[in-house]
Design a protein around this ligand. Structure first.
Ligand SMILES: Cc1cc2nc3c(=O)[nH]c(=O)nc-3n(C[C@H](O)[C@H](O)[C@H](O)COP(=O)(O)OP(=O)(O)OC[C@H]3O[C@@H](n4cnc5c(N)ncnc54)[C@H](O)[C@@H]3O)c2cc1C
Length: 464
């Protein structure tokens, strides 16, 4: 297992190899001066966890509850924006929420670190140590006690063990990975513009593996931003003709989880832009120079993004015996409680929540994490009052796909089709709803105005 914390070094394998023994020797960190408070520990401050910590903090943080949010990062960037960070159309430093400041404003505690395990009998969470770039331990391993534990650690992309994928393809699971892809993309444009010789096969070609919403939206964003970058003095070559973007999907069509008309409209728009779509074929290997499709076909590419499928982080598989599904998600009931433990709950992408009468678990989407965070507040209130926890009622508000400035399509409740500006505004409003939940209406409105003003003075894509 490797633990990566931005700005800090990997935790050496040896430190974690025997993590239970290490952590059992460490005394529990006091959670609050008032020891009578019920201790809620939330692991993961993403779309679900941060909203939950904020709501609980506002409601109970000054009195009744000791709320601790643990996240391995120092800042939160809403994950559905990561393809825009990757393409450079969004600068993460403008949209990030600083956990330290946010926690103090909303009456919860924030602790940085990567959770690597729990002890259910003692109700303890194990947080790995963090190291700086010179290998010095910045923060020692810690043990936090809980009365209620909420796992909200999200998901990571699933490369299904495809040879070379982990090494040569970039996933968009974190803001760091998205920023790394963005740097590579800008470097690719600068290099192509500066070289005297002909472009080599695969140069300025980008392959996106997986045609879910992330892959499809990324294709459009890249189409826009690579041209935008090229328009800033990169005039030695014809970027419009030389940039190539290809989406590869193993299933029969793009956007396999969304209604067919959304896939049809999106595919038509992407093809008009010159994006190549290859469905019904599997990537069998990723190399330094491109991807292999099936047995024989090789597609050269300078940039490969992996966005085909997700799984919950591997450490959940060994979370002190809690039940997980085949993609490591914790199995929870309709009150979001983990099967077999009345003190552990899970929300968002890392939870497998199948509601009674349904055939599928709730989808791994921001709106699921949002509704579950909302619901868990009610569950915790019931828990504190000694009442039975209410069951979640999920409402699917539909799906929206936004293809950069080129077009947006949506399918709302009851199959209502929308497109164009209305679909785009609704897509944007999802992010604003999240910001409103974590920052409040006033700050969200101020940030929106500031963002509009900043657009007038800054380039439309990030150029460094
Ligand atoms: C590029 C992209 C575009 C997307 N677009 C959409 C969209 O348009 N609409 C939509 O509904 N959904 C979209 N999604 C899916 C959506 O982002 C997720 O469903 C949602 O973020 C899940 O929320 P979460 O709280 O479960 O996890 P996350 O938001 O991923 O948060 C998980 C948090 O846990 C932290 N963490 C992880 N492991 C540990 C650990 N061991 N210890 C401590 N902290 C840890 C992480 O740092 C992170 O802060 C998109 C996803 C991607 C990648």
């Amino acid at each position: 297992m490797q633990i990566i914390t931005p700005g800090m070094r990997l935790v050496p394998e040896a430190v974690l190899a025997n993590n239970a023994a290490i952590f059992r020797a460490i005394p529990e960190t006091p959670s609050h001066p008032d020891s009578s408070r019920h201790r809620v520990v939330i692991v993961g401050g993403g779309a679900g966890g941060l909203e939950l910590a904020t709501r609980l903090g506002r409601k109970f943080g000054k009195r009744r509850l000791s709320i601790t949010l643990v996240d391995r990062n120092r800042t939160h960037v809403w994950k559905p924006l990561l393809h825009e960070v990757a393409s450079g159309t969004l600068n993460p430093s403008n949209d990030a929420v600083e956990y330290i400041a946010h926690a103090s404003r909303h009456h919860y505690r924030y602790r940085i670190g990567e959770v690597v395990g729990i002890d259910r009998a003692k109700r303890q969470v194990f947080v790995a140590p963090s190291f700086d770039d010179d290998g010095r331990q910045v923060i020692p391993p810690r043990v936090l006690g809980y009365d209620t534990l909420v796992m909200a650690v999200g998901s990571i992309s699933n490369d299904f063990g495809t040879p070379g994928a982990a090494r040569h393809a970039i996933a968009l699971d974190t803001a760091g990975q998205a920023a790394r892809f963005n740097r590579r993309m800008i470097d690719a444009c600068l290099r192509a513009n500066a070289q005297y010789e002909q472009l080599s096969p695969g140069q300025l070609h980008c392959v996106i593996v997986g045609a879910g919403a992330t892959g499809v939206e990324l294709a459009a964003e890249l189409h826009k931003s690579m041209r935008e970058i090229a328009s800033h003095n990169l005039d030695n070559i014809d970027f419009g003709r030389l940039i190539r973007i290809t989406i590869v999907e193993a299933g029969p069509r793009i956007l396999p989880a969304l209604p067919e008309h959304l896939a049809r409209d999106s595919a038509r728009l992407l093809i008009d832009l010159g994006v190549q779509i290859r469905c019904g074929i599997k990537v069998t290997e990723v190399t330094e120079d491109g991807i292999r499709l099936g047995e024989k076909l090789f597609v050269p590419a300078e940039l490969v993004v992996w966005s085909a499928g997700i799984k919950a982080p591997d450490f959940l598989k060994k979370l002190d015996g809690l039940e997980t599904d085949r993609i490591n998600r914790l199995v929870v009931d309709e009150t979001l409680r983990a099967r077999g433990d009345e003190h552990v709950f899970a929300i968002g992408d890392c939870a497998n929540c199948m509601l009674p009468g349904e055939e599928n678990a709730l989808p791994p989407r921001a709106q699921t994490a949002h509704q579950q965070a909302d619901h868990l507040v009610k569950v915790i209130v019931a828990r504190l009052a000694g009442r039975a926890a209410p069951a979640l009622r999920y409402r699917d508000f539909g799906s929206l796909v936004s293809l950069a400035d080129y077009g947006s399509f949506g399918s709302l409740i009851g199959g209502l089709k929308i497109e164009g500006l209305l679909a785009r505004l609704m897509y944007r409003s999802l992010h604003k709803m999240h910001l409103k939940a974590v920052q409040g209406t006033f700050k969200t409105a101020l940030d929106t105005v500031a963002g509009i003003l900043a657009q007038r003075t800054k380039p439309r894509v990030k150029l460094h």
